[in-house]
Design a protein around this ligand. Structure first.
Ligand code: NDP
Ligand code: ZN
Length: 359
């Protein structure tokens, strides 16, 4: 067994505190990783606060992980001791269902095989706490050591700084995957709603794909920040701007983290264009299907991305020399960081320097 130090929440209302636990040693196909950096995703906050009603406590969050391989099991072929590697939102899937067979491990249909990096077995709401899958809860990247199956470990390109690479493992792939799936290409007009961790990454990736990007924000100061990063920006309740943009976007992505009214945005889509919601994983306000039907528009959702896409987006960011805007924090400052993310004060992703755990 490996002794591990991390940070955990004990209840939905508790602050995160230092937490010592053990992980099993790396098995034949597994890799042991010393965690160097871990991004702070808004999902971590939803999960710690049990806002998705499926959290098992203690909860050690963290799914934007970059670290160094310290040990490999005897059957490991893809990674070697000393490699700089990444782990995103999932660490296992069945490998056999229709989704896995087509490479979409993130949509694995066998719930007792698919495993999230933390709060892993994802019990249905009615069964929380019952451990129906007979396996332990998983603990994520807010910790100094991780053990993961080699297939779920990604390679960090040498051109990316490890702390910059970390948020690409969730914020990057969650936005890259729908941009790619819906075929965004050079010259397209793309709208991104919510300029946070996911939103600003979506905009950078879309721009690197050659699209023209407009950011929709509720925060006036972010207009200038968006312009500096090379995007147009619109305050989301500017009625005239919304009118001027009617039926002009080829693709839109909402990263707003809670239930919101999307009808104003649906009207901005061209004929056949899609608005994809990745932020709010909950029931949404009603959509006026008259607006959807008359231009054969699509309103859709998307969940993280598959393993191939995760490696692709890391390589894409390295090749195009892009990455998230980050602020490094100490593990000890995590509770304060959560408050700031909720208030929208972060610019634009906090990344925990795991060396701070030794202080
Ligand atoms: P952030 O908090 O970093 O960004 C969200 C942005 O949305 C804010 O910066 C803000 O931008 C805007 N916003 C609009 N309304 C609100 C509101 N009521 N409260 C807070 N922000 C608001 O979050 P992330 O980018 O890390 O995550 C966004 C959402 O995506 C989360 O709900 C997360 O759980 C989800 N997620 C989903 C995944 C998936 O697979 N589908 C994967 C990863 C995350 P502005 O100031 O510009 O308005
Ligand atoms: Zn995330």
């Amino acid at each position: 067994m490996i002794k591990v130090t991390g940070y955990a929440a004990k209840h939905s209302f508790s602050r995160l505190k230092k937490y010592e636990f053990e992980r099993e040693d790396a098995k034949a196909h597994e890799v042991e990783i010393e965690v160097l950096y871990c991004g702070v995703c808004h999902s971590d906050i939803h999960q710690v606060k049990n806002e998705w009603h499926n959290t098992v406590y203690p909860c050690v969050p963290g799914h934007e992980i970059v670290g160094r391989v310290t040990k490999v099991g005897p059957a490991v072929r893809k990674h070697a001791v000393g490699d700089l590697v990444g782990v995103g939102c999932m660490i296992d899937s069945c490998g056999q269902c229709e989704a896995c067979a087509s490479g979409d491990q993130n949509y694995c249909m066998a719930p007792n095989s698919w495993l999230a990096t933390y709060n892993g077995p994802m019990q249905p709401k009615s069964k929380v706490g019952e451990n129906i899958y007979g396996r332990d809860n998983t603990f994520g990247g807010y910790s100094n050591m991780l053990v993961v199956k080699e297939d779920f470990v990604l390679k960090i390109p040498a051109q990316l700084k490890p702390e910059v690479a970390a948020p690409i493992l969730c914020a990057g792939v969650t936005t890259y995957s729908p941009l790619k799936h819906w075929g965004v290409k050079a010259g397209d007009k793309v709208g991104i709603i919510g300029m946070g961790g996911l939103g600003h990454m979506a905009a950078k990736i879309a721009k690197a794909m050659g699209a023209e990007v407009t950011m929709f924000t509720r925060t006036r100061e972010k207009i200038e920040e968006a312009n500096k990063l090379g995007f147009d920006a619109v305050i989301e309740d500017d009625k005239q701007a919304l009118k001027d943009l009617e039926a002009s976007f080829d693709f839109m992505l909402s990263t707003v983290p809670e239930k919101h009214d999307i009808n104003n945005y649906v009207q901005l889509l061209k004929r056949n264009a899609a608005l994809v919601l990745v932020g709010a994983l909950e029931p949404m306000a009603p959509v006026d299907n008259m607006q959807v039907a008359f231009k054969r528009r699509t309103v859709a959702g998307s969940l993280i991305g598959n393993l191939a896409e995760t490696q692709e987006v890391l390589d894409f960011c390295a090749e195009h020399n892009i990455g998230p805007e980050i602020e490094i924090i100490r593990m000890q400052d995590i509770n304060d960081a959560y408050n700031k993310v909720e208030k929208g004060d972060v610019r634009f992703r906090y990344v925990i320097d795991m060396a701070s755990l030794k202080e």
